[in-house]
Design a protein around this ligand. Structure first.
Ligand SMILES: Nc1ncnc2c1ncn2[C@@H]1O[C@H](COP(=O)(O)OP(=O)(O)OP(=O)(O)O)[C@@H](O)[C@H]1O
Length: 253
């Protein structure tokens, strides 16, 4: 991991048109290849942070500065809902961003195959979303994000709707991919255990107005397997994040 800052949020505030102050004076530096999770109570502004980083919505005040040029910057967004086109098969769903970018099918085929291989969906190219499990649909959604070969991956509770076993499997797969590709990842989740397992940094947000109340470095080496999940170190970090979260919620409840 380099020390280069990729995303710098300075004094960010976001007031929605209904007057809701979602974020106030938020400062945050995300470094290259970091895996950063945002955790916090519902409504504390996690998705707002992610959307502003993605350029989906206007900042009310403050700045976002990028450490990579606009030309070199490749963002991909993964949503909680796999949001696949039901009438299109797996391959067509994954190809969509390339099609929208005007890339011809003959040129996109290799990228689509590579993305499907990354999420282990080779052989399911011609299946339709209705034929897939929830975990497989989410893999398609991740492949659709990866097909553009991003260097920054923004993930908004991608595994929130999945059962625990599927979530745990996808967590391990995501970590393997992240280690191979060194993306900078910003990951939103409600789940403390997931955040600690995945991240090298967990940011705890407080609400009303949304702000960062704790920045916890998860100083455990990768690869992280079952050994880590059952270790006292993992428990220690989960307790630390949980305590910060409980404190943030006491202040606002
Ligand atoms: N388009 C909008 N217009 C008005 N208020 C909004 C809008 N989007 C979000 N909000 C409000 O801004 C606050 C932050 O919302 P946001 O979705 O960022 O929170 P969150 O932490 O991601 O919540 P959750 O965990 O429930 O997804 C909430 O009070 C929400 O109701």
């Amino acid at each position: 991991m380099s020390n280069r800052s990729v995303i710098t949020l300075s004094q960010i505030s976001k007031v929605y048109t209904n007057g809701k102050v979602a974020l106030q004076d938020l400062n945050l530096v995300i470094r290259e290849s970091q895996f950063v999770s945002l955790v916090g109570a519902s409504g504390c502004g996690k998705s707002t942070v992610l959307r502003l980083i993605a350029g989906l919505g206007q900042i009310s005040s403050g700045n976002i500065d990028w450490g990579i040029t606009q030309q070199a910057r490749k963002l991909a967004f993964v949503f909680q809902d796999a949001a696949l086109m039901p009438w299109a098969n797996v391959e067509e769903n994954v190809r969509l961003p390339l099609k929208l970018a005007g890339i011809a099918q003959k040129d996109s085929q290799k990228l689509v195959q590579q993305a499907l291989a990354l999420v282990r969906l080779v052989g399911f190219e011609h299946s339709y979303p209705r034929e897939l499990s929830g975990g497989m649909k989410m893999r398609v959604s991740i492949a659709r994000a990866l097909v553009t070969q991003p260097n920054v991956l923004l993930m908004d509770e991608p595994f929130g709707a999945l059962d625990e076993i599927t979530r745990s499997k996808l967590n391990s797969d995501l970590l393997d991919l992240w280690r191979q590709h060194s993306w900078t990842v910003v990951f939103v989740t409600h789940n403390i255990y997931e955040a600690v397992y995945l991240s090298n940094r967990v940011l705890v947000m407080g609400t009303s107005p949304g702000r960062i109340v704790a920045d916890v470095e998860i100083a455990a080496p990768y690869p992280r397997g079952e050994d880590f999940r059952t270790s006292s170190l993992y428990n220690k970090y989960c307790r630390e994040v949980s305590d910060h979260l409980a404190q943030a919620m006491t202040v606002t409840l």
